[in-house]
Design a protein around this ligand. Sequence first.
Ligand code: EPZ
Length: 435
Amino acid sequence: MLHIWGRSPLNGHVKISGAKNAALVIMAGALLCPQECRIRNVPSLADVRRMAEILMALGISVQQQDDSLTINAQHIGQSHAPYELVSQLRASFFVVGPLLARLGIARVPLPGGCAIGARPVDLHVRGLQAMGADVQIEHGIVQACVTGSSRRLQGARIYLDYPSVGATETLMMAATLAEGETIIENAAQEPEVVDLANFCRAMGARIRGAGTNTIVILGVPSLHTTDYSIIPDRVEAGTFLVAGAITRSEISLSPVIPDHLTAVLAKLREIGAEIVAESPNHLRILPMQTCLGTDIETLPYPGFPTDMQAQFMALLTLSDGDSVITETVFENRLRHVAELNRMGADVRVKGNHAIVRGVPFLSGAPVVATDLRASAALVLAGLAAEGKTTIQGLQHLDRGYENLESKLKQLGARIQRVVADAETVDLPVLPVSLS
Ligand code: EPZ
């Protein structure tokens, strides 16, 4: 449980960790390499530890030294990931593409839905089928194998009905070792997709067009070792910018890549924030005088990121005007509205729109987090609210933020984590080295 006493101004500098959504898929991408790879700037998160457990369950050695992981996928012991691990981490589905590319076979339980939506994988499956994989889904398990004499995936021209981040990443990884050329059209353009492409290229993959809506991959026989550093987390950076804005404080943060935050910076400036670039990878937000209302629609990159929607809603509940927030990416990602309203916000949901009427203040209250970014939104609301807020459901927060409360405490926030009996969630501890 988190206790937060609101309305204390923040100041100082916060270090931004490596990007969760790059680290998770790049860890799976290391399966493509028959030699040892080193990945640096890996955030210390529950989801990262779970992904490491998945890799170790496949017989891969994973060693951690501070924020670096050494992954050796020379021998992949087996081709199926255990249900009890996959059910705890949807991103474990990312191992399907690399397993098919390396072994020609993969058995991975269907990742369940989660709080924000059904999270289907039909675009991943259809793309792999286009590349010559036979994919059956029985009893909740995806069983895929490469047919044909060569037992290698075949390059294909694939159009994605939706620019799915995960499907783009799965198909790009599978294509690196396929026979011939693969073209992914209507591909996702997120920075994490580009980071994965750069990691694969560092291992010798032939990929061009990552970051645009058309990615071309020319398969190669095998990849080689690399030592790669993950990009900083744009969602963590955006979350701290909102923390500065909602508490009317001045804070600075680095490292950041401002180009990854174009939509977020534009919206912050539109509502009255002043943000200066102290250096190419260092941003500072100045104390906000007023906060105007605005409209936001979440879209695939470079549109406004769905992963920043809940945090921005918390900020807009205290604006001088009204705002309409439209969530177009996930079908159930407005569940933080009820909890924000318990803190005195005035938000009404109509379909996938949230109509936010600004109120002069929020008041602290006991609230429950429902998903990762909703929990961040409740922390932000607690920082601005009058009085004390207690937040339950921290397992969501710990999945995606590295030491959020200690970083906020360093900035002057009055925040305390109290481990209530019911909450002793024993996170998996990654063994430091595996023989
Ligand atoms: C990734 O999820 C991120 N997770 C999400 O971050 C992020 O919100 C999302 O991309 C969008 O940017 C990781 O990278 C681990 P999608 P992903 O496939 O790949 C539908 C966070 O908070 N879809 O782009 O699952 C899907 O239902 C997490 O860090 C299909 O219909 O996102 C959704 O409505 C949350 N069929 C939409 O596409 C498919 O086969 C976008 O999903 C795949 C997706």
